[in-house]
Ligand binder design. Structure first.
Ligand code: GLA
Length: 359
């Protein structure tokens, strides 16, 4: 198999915008298809231990289903991944009100976030990589956020079976920025049951506990002795139904883990965040990131009412997400690492997904 990047039409939005889909293929047959609507990764095929390719991300077969109703399947999330309490924050003496779209809070950039916008795109290629570059300018005031935000997100598929996700943004006014990628993984194949038997190692000694509306309390709590201790490889389902207030509020895991990052490490260095294993197919996923946190969400809101690609039904806890990010609600929590981007600065963030198999 040879390395390639191709482009094809993928339909038209209800407001008549043409959508394109890019297909990245590496020499081992790993294939990523991503469209200009939301920068959505529509499919991601990797080999299992026998070498058979399978699609390991949830999604739909066509654009219309994504536009009609998608729980952020595969999308770029912005301007602010995760929640901002009551959709409100104060910056430089001014209070901003964002759309409230998740109980009392603003989630994933508001009513029409980056996941629902059509991006410009072009392909890129080197002698060991293929990629697609998504770009859009989010106008001042979009979804209530201050400043014009110029955003570039690049997906690069490498010959060594890594997908590198690079985020860059600049602004003309102080503004919060927190970008992520919302792929739902099922390493046994999208639609093949739940992920409770798949195993995770999360390189985090602590996490940010939430209130009943999923907003962090501000506390950084140790995972030791709790169902949030994934420092050694543990099945997702091993403790998910434990009698624990945090798990009950979220209906499972839907929490921000505080990644271990040695003080000596430069701020822009990658840390190993997650090692995920599916004992059944043998597929593994390793996540590396420059971000301080990662939201692990176990598809608790999936309830079997969505039929996705190839007519497959997405059952409760039929996927997990690895949303690398700054902590939720940081604009209202001064003790958390800042998410404010200033004019003249460049927001830069990198996450790497490495695909593999174990015997
Ligand atoms: C994130 C949130 C979840 C849920 C999903 C989308 O992972 O943390 O609570 O909203 O997005 O359904």
């Amino acid at each position: 198999m040879s390395r390639s990047v191709t482009q094809a039409p993928f339909g038209t939005t209800p407001d008549s915008q043409a959508v394109e889909i890019y297909t990245l293929t590496n020499p081992h047959g790993i294939q990523v298809r991503a469209m200009t609507y939301g920068g959505v990764i529509v499919s991601l095929k990797t080999p299992d231990r026998t070498g058979e390719l399978g699609d390991i991300v949830l999604g739909y077969d066509d654009l219309a289903h994504y536009v009609a109703d998608s729980p952020y399947f595969g999308a770029i999330i912005g301007r602010y991944a995760n929640r901002i309490a009551k959709g409100r924050f104060t910056l430089d003496g001014k209070t901003y009100q964002l759309p409230v779209n998740d109980g009392p809070n603003s989630l994933h950039g508001g009513t029409k976030g980056f996941d629902k916008r059509v991006w410009d795109a072009h392909s890129v290629q080197t002698d060991s990589t293929v990629g697609v570059v998504f770009h859009r300018v989010s106008p001042d005031g979009e979804e209530g956020y201050p400043g014009t935000l110029d955003v570039t997100v690049t997906y690069t598929l490498k010959d060594d079976d890594e997908l590198v996700i690079d985020y860059r943004a600049t602004t003309d006014e102080d503004t919060p920025v927190n970008l992520t990628q919302h792929s739902y993984f099922n390493l046994d194949g999208a639609g093949n049951g739940d992920v409770l038997g798949q195993e995770l190692m999360v390189n985090a000694d602590s996490y940010t506990p939430i209130d009943s509306t999923f907003i962090p309390t501000g506390q950084i709590a140790p995972v030791a002795g709790t169902p949030f201790d994934f420092r050694t490889l543990t099945a997702i389902g091993a403790r998910i139904d434990d009698d624990n207030q945090q798990l009950k509020w979220a209906g499972g895991y839907d929490h921000n883990f505080v990644l271990n990052r040695p003080d000596s490490l430069p701020a822009d260095a990658l840390v190993h965040a997650v090692h995920a294993v599916d004992p059944k197919s043998g597929r593994t996923l390793d996540v590396y990131t420059t971000e301080p946190g990662i939201q692990i969400y176990t598809g608790n809101f999936l309830d079997g009412t969505i039929t996705g690609k190839d007519g497959k039904v997405y059952v409760h806890r039929g996927a997990f997400t690895v949303e690398t990010q700054h902590y939720p609600d940081s604009p209202n929590e001064p003790s958390f690492p800042s998410t404010i981007l200033h004019p003249g600065q460049t927001y830069q963030s990198r996450t790497v997904w490495k695909f593999g198999v174990q015997g």
